[in-house]
Design a protein around this ligand. Structure first.
Ligand SMILES: [Zn+2]
Length: 301
C-alpha cells in the first residue's frame, strides 16, 4: 500500500450551506427562510424587509392585471453588425444561449397592459438576459414603446434593471441613449406621463438616459442606481464616497428620485399615479392620487 493512502475514511464535512430549492438564506440578515414563503412574499425577506432580485416574469405578474399584457416587438433580434468576439466567444453565440435560457425579445419585454385597470404601455428589463444590457434591440423596443404610448395617448411605464449599454455592440449601444431620450422627449411634448421605476441595479447608459427622465421616478428600497461604479469614482476623484452612496435612500435624500416604494405597494402606487394622470379618471380616484402625491412630497421628494 502506498504511504499516502488513507487507512480510514474521514467523516464528511458538516454542511454549512442551506439546501437549494427548499431553504434560502437572507443576504442581509442571514435568516434562514422557506423558499415558498419568499415566493409568496415576492422575494422580500419577511424578517428584515430586504428586497432580493425578482425574476422579470414574477414582476410582470406582480404589477400587471392578470391576462392584460399584449406583447410587442418580440421578434426583434440583434444583427451583430460588428461580428463581435472576445477570443473564441462570439457575441452571436452568447445571444443564442441567452435566448435559449430566457426567451426571445432580447433583454426587454414590452407591450400594452393595464395596472389596476389603468391602461399603459409597459416595458421591463430582463436582467437575467446578459445583465439587462441595452443594445440596439433594447433601445429600439423602448423607443417603440414611447411611440405606441404617443399614438394611443396612454402613459408609459418602464421598469429598469440594467448594467448599462451593451459593450458587444459598441457605439451602436451608446446611440440608444440618445434615441430613447429623444423618443421620451416626444412623449413629454405631447404632455403624456412617463413613470420610471428603478430596480436593483440601474446603472451605466440606462441610468444616464431615459431611466432618470421620468415625470415620476420611483425606486425599490436599497437599489443601486448610478452611472459609474463607486470604485471608478473613488479612483477618479481621489476621495472616499459617503455611506450609502448610489442607493435609493441616498438618492431620495438628495432629490434625485421622487419616492421609494416597497415591492408589496408597487402595483397600488403605480395604479394611483396612473389614475392621477388619467384625464378620464373618476374624481374620487384623482383625490386619492393627489393624497399619494402629497405624501410623496412629505418624503422629501
Ligand atoms: Zn433578511
Amino acid at each position: 500500500m502506498a504511504w499516502w493512502s488513507r487507512s480510514k475514511k474521514l467523516p464528511p464535512e458538516p454542511k454549512k450551506s442551506v439546501p437549494k430549492g427548499i431553504w434560502a438564506k437572507c443576504d442581509a440578515c442571514a435568516a434562514t427562510l422557506y423558499e415558498r414563503d419568499l415566493e409568496e412574499n415576492h422575494q422580500v425577506c419577511p424578517e428584515c424587509g430586504y428586497h432580493r432580485r425578482l425574476a422579470t416574469e414574477a414582476r410582470m405578474r406582480l404589477v400587471l392585471d392578470e391576462g392584460s399584457f399584449r406583447p410587442a416587438d418580440e421578434g426583434l433580434e440583434s444583427a451583430d453588425p460588428l461580428e463581435f468576439r472576445v477570443d473564441s466567444n462570439r457575441y452571436r453565440d452568447r445571444l443564442k444561449a441567452a435566448t435559449k435560457s430566457h426567451g426571445r425579445g432580447d433583454a426587454y419585454r414590452a407591450g400594452s397592459a393595464t395596472i389596476g385597470g389603468r391602461p399603459a404601455e409597459v416595458g421591463f428589463f430582463v436582467f437575467e438576459y446578459m445583465g439587462g444590457s441595452m443594445g440596439s434591440v433594447v433601445g429600439e423596443k423602448i423607443s417603440r414603446q414611447f411611440e405606441r404610448a404617443l399614438e394611443a395617448r396612454t402613459p408609459a411605464v418602464v421598469f429598469s434593471a440594467s448594467g448599462g449599454a451593451r459593450m458587444q455592440e459598441g457605439v451602436l449601444s451608446l446611440m440608444q441613449m440618445a434615441k430613447t431620450s429623444a423618443a421620451r422627449a416626444r412623449l413629454a411634448e405631447a404632455k403624456l406621463p412617463y413613470i420610471s421605476v428603478l430596480l436593483h441595479p440601474t446603472t451605466g447608459g440606462v441610468a444616464a438616459s431615459f431611466a432618470m427622465l421620468g415625470d415620476v421616478i420611483i425606486a425599490e428600497p436599497n437599489a443601486l442606481i448610478g452611472f459609474a461604479g463607486p470604485r471608478v469614482i473613488e479612483q477618479t476623484i481621489r476621495q472616499r464616497l459617503p455611506e450609502g452612496f448610489q442607493r435609493s435612500e441616498f438618492l431620495l435624500e438628495h432629490g434625485m428620485i421622487d419616492r421609494i416604494v416597497p415591492r408589496r405597494e408597487l402595483k397600488s402606487t403605480l395604479s394611483r399615479f396612473l389614475s392621477w394622470f388619467d384625464p378620464t379618471a373618476e374624481a374620487d380616484d384623482r383625490v386619492s392620487g393627489r393624497s399619494v402625491h402629497a405624501s410623496s412630497s412629505a418624503n422629501g421628494a
